[in-house]
Design a protein around this ligand. Structure first.
Ligand SMILES: *Cc1c(COP(=O)(O)O)cnc(C)c1O
Length: 432
């Protein structure tokens, strides 16, 4: 399989997967996409996620420097629990994607990307710094994936005071090769500083820096595998293609589901649940894309005004085909998030994080409108990571899962950093 930029002409030969992974973003500023969409035969989900993943990723890894490593990559990075929990009495299920080491779906992508970059690394290469700005979940997943991995270190920037107490503790608890900085500014400041580092040629000659953000193919491809697995299992039980509702920010998770459907996976409708950042609902309502600044919400990992994977959406569904592709999007505001967390607990005894609550709110709206389909709801983070939102609403504690509890029991340290690129640059040089 060859990979081409979303901005390149279709005749372009493209590059192999290992080169696309190492590059991250294409030279022309576009995102890498596969040159073809393979038709992938069904496989028995009872074989487990690593085996299903290997089957699904084989065409995407064909003729790449990583092809022979694929079985090992899947076994090492993707052997995580993937439970589906019944909710209500109409056959709906919650697909819990948060049973990895840092309790968010981003563990799948970050672990797979880390395993790929480690497999691609030449033994004599200098240590690489994975530079990441985070509003909470990405930084922890990336830190967890690269923690103590020889040849790599991680530098995380997060906005001080704007992530939950448990998220902040988690980010600073890894230690060793993970350097954590709390920035006196917003997430946008953190992201601006990171982008500036990648544009700083003089810096890049002195230190080897790599991105791990959600536009990397190394995160997108493994995310497709859990939909391939869960949708096959769900549709075997229901006898119908699967209908999905997915909490959405940068569109990485939802795009993985669309990729599975485009390759013949058993998926019918795909519903995107947004928070008050309405860029995708407005796209479908007005048939026109207009990125904008983000607004802060309770579902902060979805506070995105201009989704970085939008170019891949436009590639997969060119022109107006997006509007007849069985995809819809709706927005959920903070008050509705709060109410849905409470109602889900009262009605089903299910505790949802604020992101998952957006998807569960759209399910409730569907039921109110008389929709009779069975839905699979993607649950993107464990509610215990958003204790500052969830616990006061439910009026009781939400205990962290074991992996998160283990991190919370460790000491945590983050250095303060001004929201200023010169300060980041000095730190990068100091740790290199
Ligand atoms: C990152 C994240 C999302 C949004 O996923 P995208 O791939 O950016 O659309 C939703 N929920 C949680 C908990 C997340 O961490």
């Amino acid at each position: 399989m060859r990979y081409r930029s979303t901005r390149a002409a279709a005749e372009q030969p493209g590059i192999e997967l290992g080169a696309a992974l190492a590059a991250g973003l294409a030279d022309d500023g576009g995102l890498y996409v596969p040159a073809e969409l393979p038709n992938i035969a069904a496989i028995d989900p009872a074989l487990g996620l690593p085996a299903v993943a290997e089957h699904w990723l084989r065409p995407f890894f064909a003729d790449s420097t990583l092809a022979s490593a694929l079985p090992q990559l899947c076994a090492q990075a993707l052997d995580l629990p993937l439970p589906r929990v019944n909710i209500g009495d109409q056959g709906d299920q919650v697909l819990e994607l948060f049973h990895g080491p840092t309790a968010a779906f981003k563990d799948f992508g970050a672990r797979f990307l880390a395993a790929c970059l480690a497999a691609l690394r030449a033994p004599d290469e200098p240590t690489r710094t994975i530079l990441v700005a985070t509003s909470g979940d990405t930084g922890a997943a990336v830190a967890g994936a690269f923690h103590r991995l020889p040849g790599f270190r991680v530098l995380i920037l997060y906005p001080d005071g704007r992530v939950s107490a448990r998220q902040a503790h988690q980010l600073g608890a890894f230690g060793d090769n993970v350097h954590c900085y709390r920035v006196d500014g917003s997430f946008d400041d953190c992201q601006r500083m990171v982008k500036q580092a990648f544009r700083d040629e003089a810096l890049r000659e002195r230190c080897s820096i790599t991105s791990a953000n959600s536009i990397s193919l190394g995160r997108l491809l493994p995310q497709a595998t859990y939909y391939a697995h869960a949708c096959a299992a769900h549709s075997a039980e229901t006898g119908a293609d699967c209908n999905l509702i997915i909490p959405t920010g940068n569109l990485g998770n939802a795009l993985a589901a669309m990729l599975v459907r485009a390759c013949g996976g058993p998926i019918d409708r795909i519903v995107l649940a947004s928070n008050a950042n309405r860029v995708l609902p407005d796209l479908f309502a007005q048939q026109r894309y207009q990125g904008r600044p983000s607004v802060a919400t309770l579902a902060n990992a979805m506070d995105v005004g201009d989704p970085s994977n939008y170019e891949r959406l436009a590639w997969l569904y060119p022109g107006d085909s997006l509007f007849s592709a069985g995809i819809e999007a709706e927005a959920v505001d903070d008050q509705q998030i709060r109410q849905r967390i409470v109602r889900c607990y009262q009605d089903f005894g299910y505790v949802a994080c604020p992101h998952t609550a957006c998807a569960l709110e759209l399910l409730a709206r569907k039921r109110e409108r008389g929709d009779g389909h069975r839905w699979l709801i993607a649950a993107t983070a464990h509610p215990a990571k958003f204790e500052t939102v969830v616990e006061p609403l439910l009026e009781h504690g939400v205990p962290p899962p074991p992996a998160l509890a283990a991190l919370l029991a460790k000491p945590s340290h983050a250095d303060p950093l001004p929201a200023d690129y010169a300060a980041l640059r000095a730190q990068l040089i100091a740790i290199s």
